[in-house]
Design a binder for this molecule. Structure first.
Ligand code: 7RM
Length: 635
């Protein structure tokens, strides 16, 4: 039995039990047998959640790029590592083999060194989804520089905040980017950001859209000529297991974004292990995750996890709607994609278009469908299952966070029977706990509470950059000796988990704790509804009552809204009970979303509570314009 690759349910339970009973020997065996180490560890795990301090594989020496690239060269040198699919379908896809990736990463690493970047320096990467993004990430890791990727859709102000917080010495960017039919002046955004960043000495600029741009003398340099003259051999920096690999910012509900710090060995082991199992990746498969590398999903499951397994990973530059809504299916057909990993927001947007467009494409290569980022509502789950998976590809609804580094609760396809809207079982090595408000763990099944993790796993973030106290307060103070996720969850009669949403979204109506996900699910079942979001607002008698924001499908729905309201409340009554009926329903043209596609219920709550003066910064939203429209039509 190989613990590295789980193949059936009995094996899952057996390996899971082992990983919980003897976590150290379990992870030691995985680490020993499947990775390349320059020196083995002195201890597998040291931890103390009260400080909090966590270290995995302490004393070990390695370089993650040797594991992601070098070690594959003898067996997979000519295999495609990164398959780059450009924004426009007429531009040819680029197949970057492991041999070529090795050379390009080494060249880039040598350029970084030449420009004065050393082990431990922070490098901000503000690059669109072009090969240089993955290559610059790996080049940093090659020389031990700490990368901080900032999603190339963030504003100058958001970029500046992140550059300054971690004191980045360099910014890597491009002249601009393509996004569907639009081009974006990325370099202009960088220039604006850098007016308030004195720490940055050098800006390296990749050419993508070939526009004339301003280059500041002594600071900005074109990447291509530097790469052309750099050597394609660069010895990997030998890193300690616990040396930081990267910083990735995640916005909290308040205050500055948090620079989550991930370290080298544990992150590598866990992302590789989860990639292999959660996607059941086989040697010649083509795997595609539609996320941007600017998010944790892209770090772990476009770059590090797939490459550590010698996989072929697709990188798509564009958007699902360009040149039309068939673009994703066009790519699946063209590259015979086997595993497809996307977000509920994309699924709902595609479902809104109907199924005609799908029928033009051959999707028979698909074996595994993934979902991540938000609770996937029941409607979207079934749509995905029927129209994309043709009821033969299991959906892995994978729950995890920037902070967890890798997938935490998820079915293993062809192993775990799926259940719509359930993330199902904890991954190997993960020990969830549901807690009540008084800090007691809810034992047994059919319980609902706050989701915590009781025991460390290899890829847990180790700190918040420059603010360990905030790390402790945010994640380790709500419950004694446990990592608190900020999410609510329920455990059903067989031990399957369903994530009910962020706990800050939980609404207490007449003393009943209501999660947003199940109610939104019921609403979304209505054939006229595209998406919805529920928040609470103060109510004299109930304490809180429910306010629903509902976006309808573009079907030219003409029925009057009062009938719709009645029908929707009837659905909620049928599915959950009259306690969950909405007091107010506002029909909207869209819902405010983060750039990674999460609905911003915090903003909607303020609007429902008439607190629009304190909306906070909405500039990082994907669709800032819908906010004013919603305010203007508030009930
Ligand atoms: C990977 C990622 C984390 C938050 C998390 C949840 C929500 C993510 C699911 C989900 C229900 C899922 N990292 N979330 N996956 N909720 N089901 N399968 O998204 O740091 O950007 O967000 O996203 O609330 O705490 S993240």
């Amino acid at each position: 039995m190989s613990n590295y690759h789980i193949k059936h349910l009995e094996e899952y339970y057996q390996v899971y039990r082992k990983s919980v009973r003897e976590p150290e020997s379990f992870w030691e065996e995985i680490a020993e047998e499947h990775f390349l180490w320059r020196k083995k560890w002195d201890a597998v795990l040291d931890w103390d959640f009260s400080k909090p301090e966590i270290s995995w594989f302490k004393g070990a020496k390695l370089n993650i790029t040797e594991n992601c690239i070098d070690r594959h060269l003898t067996t997979r040198g000519n295999k495609t590592a990164i398959l780059f699919e450009p924004n426009h379908p007429d531009e040819v896809a680029e197949h970057i083999s492991y041999n070529e990736l090795y050379k390009r990463v080494n060249k880039f690493a040598n350029v970084l060194k030449e420009q004065g970047i050393k082990k431990g320096d922070r490098v901000c990467i503000y690059v669109p989804m072009i090969p240089e993004l993955a290559i610059s990430v790996l080049a940093c890791a090659r020389i031990g520089a700490i990368h901080s990727v900032v999603f190339a859709g963030f504003s100058a102000a958001a970029l500046a905040t992140r550059i300054n917080d971690s004191d980045c010495k360099m910014v890597i960017t491009s002249d601009g980017s393509y996004r569907g039919s639009k081009t974006i002046d990325l370099k202009g955004i960088v220039d604006e950001a850098l007016e308030s960043c004195s720490c940055v000495e050098t800006v390296l600029v990749a050419k993508r859209i070939k526009t004339e741009i301003y280059m500041k003398a002594g600071r900005d340099q074109w990447l291509a000529p530097l790469l052309a003259k750099a050597s394609d051999v660069c010895a990997p920096e030998i890193m300690d297991a616990e040396d930081p690999l990267f910083i990735l910012y995640t916005s909290g509900s308040t205050g500055m974004p948090k620079g989550m710090v991930h370290t080298t060995a544990g992150y590598m082991v866990y992302t590789a292990y989860t990639f292999k199992n959660a996607f059941q990746y086989k040697e010649n498969d083509v795997y595609w995750c539609t996320a941007d590398i600017g998010w944790i999903t892209g770090h772990s499951y476009i770059v590090y996890g797939p490459l550590a397994n010698g996989a072929t990973t697709v990188m798509f530059e564009g958007v699902p709607s360009y040149p039309d809504y068939g673009r994703f299916w066009d790519i699946v057909q063209k590259h015979k994609v086997n595993q497809f990993y996307t977000a509920p927001t994309a699924i709902r947007a595609l479902a809104k278009q109907g199924t005609d467009v799908i029928d033009h494409y051959d999707l028979s290569s698909l074996k595994v469908l993934g979902s991540v980022g938000e609770p996937i509502n029941e409607e979207a789950w079934h749509w995905y299952n029927e129209n994309i998976g043709k009821k033969k590809s299991p959906i892995i609804d994978s729950w995890w966070q920037t902070e967890t580094g890798g997938i935490m609760i998820s079915p293993i396809p062809y192993v775990t029977p799926t259940k719509p809207t359930y993330a199902t079982l904890p991954f190997i090595g993960i020990q969830p706990a549901l807690m009540d408000e008084n800090g007691n763990e809810l034992k047994g099944n059919q319980v609902e509470g706050r989701l915590c993790i009781k025991f460390p796993w290899p890829s847990i973030a180790r700190t918040i950059w420059g603010n360990h106290q905030r790390y402790k307060e945010t994640y380790f103070s709500a419950f004694d000796n446990k990592y608190f996720t900020g999410d609510g969850a329920l455990r059903d009669e067989v031990g399957y988990y369903r994530i009910t949403g962020r706990v800050d979204d939980v609404i207490i109506v007449s003393g009943h704790n209501l999660g947003t996900a199940p109610i939104e699910d019921a609403i979304n079942e209505h054939p006229a509804v595209a998406e919805s979001a529920i928040v609470g607002f103060p109510h004299d008698i109930k304490g809180s009552a429910l306010y629903g924001y509902i976006t309808l499908k573009d079907t030219g729905e003409t029925r009057n809204h009062d009938n719709l309201r009645t029908e929707i409340n009837q659905l909620i009554t049928d599915r959950i009970g009259p306690i969950a009926k909405l007091d107010k329903m506002q029909f909207t043209h869209g819902l405010p979303k983060t750039r990674s596609g999460k609905i911003m219920r915090r903003i909607l709550r303020k609007i429902a509570c008439n607190e629009t003066d304190s909306l906070g910064d909405t500039s990082t939203l994907l669709n800032q314009e819908v906010v004013q429209d919603i305010i203007d039509n508030v009930l």
